[in-house]
Design a protein around this ligand. Structure first.
Ligand code: GLC
Length: 701
């Protein structure tokens, strides 16, 4: 397109403009992708293809899925606390999108974990906006380095699946700015995403896709976003309101929306200048796309190379929650009895639009065998037969091929059988699975947030039998969101949280068990002791059986901001994660300048294993006029692999603006004494120091 975008718009008819702002209904050029815009041949404007999702490229076309790498889910990427590794995942995913002819990848999903029951927590990063923003920025940079657009979603405050298309989220501007919008703001400013997807829900009374305050005042005027805004699929109600609000593109799009827009312009209900503005926003993205550049994609992405990227990210994202008396790592010759059907039906990710179609998924049992672990083969066969038999029964039969189901009953072995395996093996490994996905939230019941009776009785049975012989039990959590652990963790000696780490899951689990991987992940979200402790008790809204409104009464006190401020003990705190080695923190000093503070300190590996540490920097503000959380994460740094005895000098710079609270339309940094707390988790603070701000600072939003 030689002419400038504005000139081009001036040549377009009203019909062509209306066609450009409404998707083509479904993808044609790449059948099975999530959606496609309409091209305008006369003017050399190509259609552009959009595809999901945050775990990998999902194209279910021609009746067969296009094989694409199943990368670790978003919560695993956040658990790495390693933007470098996340950027590599973004790059690999961008390459796969590119080679399949996709112009915009509908990722990252980055809504805040307001409540642990949300069905899409696996697909989002964290309860903290700074970690969310940094991980999202790295991912976006990776994807867009390949010439493929990334799309931040779902903007904004889409923190539940229950009635997501209509529920009205009522939340204060302060909580929006400090918590729910903050991650998006960081990513927009740091990574310049080509697109943002507005969310299904209403925000303070107006659909996000029809909300001018959100899409124009905050996103564009406030943050300088210059990409395109698209709706979620079928979101909102009124296409004219969506146009006016600054939602440039309606997806997947239908002809009624085209007609409505044309009519509204003709009747003077929608000014053509507004329509032109939206058209320009879309064209400015189109001219950057591979479609516009006529890229000849191969349909052959380098899946082999990307499998290694998926493995590395998964390895960095698993979290060692418990390791009593250094139960782990196991020796290679350790005889292992593996319990739990999740060893066979291992979950690589969560369900919904973000589902994936890799060439393979290495189950935990396959991974153990491939790595030569001494697995009790008789027990393994017993589990294989049990799974086969159960899945042949009507009640447990898969409804759609390739889409996993909740696990069948877990406690089918007798005490005598378990006793037999305890006697002839050295260690028990119990896999606990929890399936979650788009479109539904979990419940605070057994089999949801809590273990089911049969999961619990299996653990009790295995614990009793193996402890009787002085042998250890390791639990592997193959879950997409936090579950209750406090009531049963004393039954076991070690807990390895692998989340749902993509297609290489079995290999990663095996390597972590025997120490080829030294876990270096940290929790991006709190594991509460009990659901009763969760501050977002209004979830998923009112009336409970069919919520139409959800009020965020807890305001800014989300996750550790609540637990730490109000003295509620979590099961495992935000930022928690053990290692097979130990780290020592020292030499903390802070330098204050006009617009930032530099936090400097040292981390040393004082243990026996090479390992990486995620050092976290929290700031506890003065108790001034504005109520604030006890502490907030303001920076972090993951070390390189430190050999035993090796140390790393670390410097974390924190802009003073990041210390601000949002109050009465401004960002305020109050004068007073600030405490800097450097730690291995939000509750394992190793170093402290203070600095004083003589005068308060204020910033425009
Ligand atoms: C879905 C999801 C969104 C996805 C889109 C296209 O409803 O909410 O995340 O990208 O539709 O599949």
């Amino acid at each position: 397109m030689s002419a400038s975008v504005k000139e081009l718009v001036s040549k377009m008819t009203l019909e062509e403009k209306a066609m450009l702002v409404v998707g083509a209904g479904k993808a044609r050029r790449v059948p099975g992708a999530a959606g496609e815009t309409r091209g305008i041949e006369r003017l050399g404007i190509p259609s552009i293809v959009t595809a999901d999702g945050p775990q990998g490229v999902r194209i279910e076309g021609d009746g067969k899925p296009y094989p694409a790498t199943a990368f670790p889910s978003a919560i695993v990427l956040a658990s790495t606390w390693n933007p470098e590794v996340v950027e590599k995942v973004g790059k690999a995913m961008g390459e796969e999108a590119k080679e399949y002819g996709v112009d915009i990848l509908l990722a990252p999903g980055m809504n805040i974990h307001r409540n642990p029951l949300c069905g899409r927590i696996f697909e989002y990063y964290s309860e903290d906006p700074i970690l969310t923003g940094e991980i999202a920025s790295a991912f976006v940079k990776g994807v867009q380095s390949q010439g493929v657009g990334a799309c931040l979603k779902h903007f904004a405050a889409n923190n539940q699946e229950t009635n997501r298309r209509l529920v009205d989220t009522i939340v204060s501007e302060r909580a929006l700015r400090e918590i729910y919008l903050r991650g998006f703001e960081i990513a927009v400013k740091k990574a310049k995403p080509w697109a943002v997807m507005s969310a299904y829900n209403k925000l303070n009374g107006k659909y996000c896709s029809e909300n001018e305050w959100l899409l124009t005042k905050v996103l564009r005027e406030g943050w300088g976003f210059d990409g395109l805004v698209m709706t979620d699929w079928g979101a909102g109600e009124n296409p004219v309101e969506q146009m006016k609000a600054g939602n440039d593109l309606l997806m997947p799009g239908n002809d009624d929306q085209v007609k409505a827009i044309i009519e509204a312009v003709k009747k003077g209900e929608l000014s053509e200048e507004v329509l032109d503005r939206n058209v320009e926003n879309i064209l400015k993205v189109i001219v950057k796309t591979l479609a516009f550049k006529g890229y000849k994609y191969s349909n052959k992405p380098d899946l082999e190379a990307h499998a290694k990227v998926a493995y590395e990210a998964a390895a960095e994202g698993i979290v060692l929650l418990k390791n009593k008396d250094s139960t782990l790592p196991l020796g290679k010759e350790t005889k292992i009895a593996v319990f739990g059907t999740g060893q066979i039906e291992t979950l690589r990710g969560g369900l919904g639009s973000g589902w994936t179609h890799p060439k393979y998924t290495v189950s935990i049992l396959e991974g153990f065998k491939e790595k030569g672990l001494k697995v009790d083969s008789e027990l393994a066969e017993k589990y294989e037969k049990y799974v086969e038999e159960m899945r042949s029964r009507e009640e447990y039969k898969p409804k759609r091929p390739g889409v996993p189901l909740p696990p069948p009953p877990q406690d089918f072995l007798s005490e005598e059988e378990v006793e037999k395996y305890a006697e002839r093996n050295d260690v028990a490994v119990v896999v606990v699975s929890r399936l979650s996905g788009e479109g539904w939230d979990l419940k605070p019941v057994k089999g949801g947030f809590y273990l089911s009776d049969d999961e619990k009785s299996l653990l009790e049975k295995v614990s009793k039998a193996f402890h009787k012989y002085g042998k250890k039990i390791v639990v592997i959590l193959n879950i997409g969101l936090p579950i209750e652990v406090a009531s049963w963790r004393d039954l076991v000696d070690a807990i390895l949280l692998i989340w749902q780490p993509g297609q290489e899951v079995g290999r990663v689990a095996a390597d972590a068990l025997i120490g080829l991987i030294n876990p270096s992940g940290k929790l991006p979200t709190t594991f509460p002791r009990d659901y009763e402790d969760v501050p977002s008790w209004s979830f998923p809204g009112e009336p409970p059986d069919n919520p139409v409104k959800v009020v965020y009464y807890e305001d800014i006190y989300v996750g550790y901001r609540y637990y730490d401020t109000f003295g509620v003990e979590p099961a495992y705190p935000f930022g928690h994660g053990l290692s097979y080695t130990e780290f020592e923190y020292s030499d903390l000093r802070v330098e204050v300048s006009a617009d930032s503070i530099k936090v400097k300190f040292k981390v040393k590996n004082v243990g026996k294993y090479p390992g990486k540490e995620v050092a976290q920097v929290y700031v506890s503000p003065p108790r001034g006029e504005i109520p604030k959380p006890l502490q907030e994460l303001k920076g972090f740094h993951k070390t390189r692999l430190l050999q035993p005895g090796e140390a790393e000098e670390i410097e974390v710079e924190i802009p003073l603006r990041l210390l601000a609270s949002y109050s009465c339309g401004k960002w305020l940094v109050e004068a007073g004494k600030y405490e800097v707390r450097v730690g291995a988790s939000s509750r394992d603070i190793r170093l402290r120091t203070e600095f004083t701000l003589e005068k308060s600072l204020s910033y425009e939003p």
